[in-house]
Design a protein around this ligand. Structure first.
Ligand code: AMP
Length: 188
C-alpha cells in the first residue's frame, strides 16, 4: 500500500490537488478537515467541540484526528493506498501515524509539500471563502491564527520527514495544472 501525505500551509491548494492525485493513483483521499466539517454539519458532540477550535484557527486534539485516520485505514478497502490531506499536523500525530502503519508493516511512502509564501495564504483563503463558505475562511483573525498554528506546530514536520528521506517539495504559487504536473513528477 502507498501512504502519501499532502503537506503545506493553509490555502496552498492541498484539497484541489488531492482529488487529481487520488484519481490518478487509485488512492483514498482522507482530509481530516473535511471529516471534521462533516461532524460539524451532522451536529455531533465531537463536531460541536471541534467547531470552537476550528473557528478559532486552532488544532483539534491529536487523539481526535488520530482516531479518524485509524478508522479510515481499517474500513476502506479496494484502493492502492491513502492520500492524507491535512494530517499529520503535529509531531505527535506524525509519530502516531508511524506507529499505526508499523503495526501493519507499512511506512509513509512520501510527503509532497505544496509551498506558498505567507503573503499568498490570506489572498487564497479569502478567495476560497466566497466559493466554499467555510466558517474558518471568513475571518481574518482566524486565518492569521491558522498561519501561526502552521508555523508553530506543523512546520517542524518538514525536518521530521526530511530526516527520514520522505520529503519532496513543489512550488504552489503557479496555476493549478502546473502545480499538478509538478506533483505528478515527484511521485514517479
Ligand atoms: P483543513 O480543511 O485541513 O484546512 O482543516 C480545517 C481545520 O480543521 C484546521 O484549521 C484545524 O482546526 C482542524 N484540523 C484539520 N486537520 C487537523 C489535524 N490533523 N489536527 C488538528 N486539527 C486539524
Amino acid at each position: 500500500m502507498k501512504y502519501y501525505i499532502l503537506f503545506g500551509p493553509p490555502g496552498a491548494g492541498k484539497g484541489t490537488q488531492a482529488m487529481a492525485m487520488a484519481q490518478k493513483f487509485n488512492l483514498c483521499h482522507v482530509s481530516t478537515g473535511e471529516l471534521l466539517r462533516a461532524e460539524i454539519s451532522a451536529g455531533t458532540e465531537l463536531g460541536l467541540r471541534a467547531a470552537a477550535l476550528i473557528n478559532d484557527g486552532k488544532l483539534v486534539p491529536d487523539e481526535v484526528v488520530e482516531g479518524m485516520i485509524a478508522s479510515r485505514f481499517a474500513s476502506v478497502k479496494n484502493v492502492d493506498g491513502f492520500l492524507l490531506d491535512g494530517f499529520p499536523r503535529t509531531l505527535k500525530q506524525a509519530e502516531a501515524l508511524d506507529e499505526l502503519l508499523d503495526e501493519d508493516g507499512e511506512v509513509v511512502t512520501a510527503v509532497v509539500s505544496i509551498m506558498i509564501p505567507d503573503s499568498m495564504i490570506v489572498e487564497r483563503i479569502q478567495g476560497r471563502a466566497m466559493k466554499e463558505g467555510r466558517a474558518d475562511d471568513a475571518s481574518l483573525a482566524t486565518i492569521q491564527n491558522r498561519i501561526d498554528t502552521y508555523h508553530a506546530q506543523t512546520e517542524p514536520l518538514i525536518a521530521y520527514y526530511k530526516a527520514r528521506g520522505k520529503y519532496r517539495e513543489v512550488d504552489g504559487t503557479g496555476a493549478i495544472e502546473d502545480v499538478r504536473e509538478a506533483i505528478f513528477k515527484k511521485l514517479v
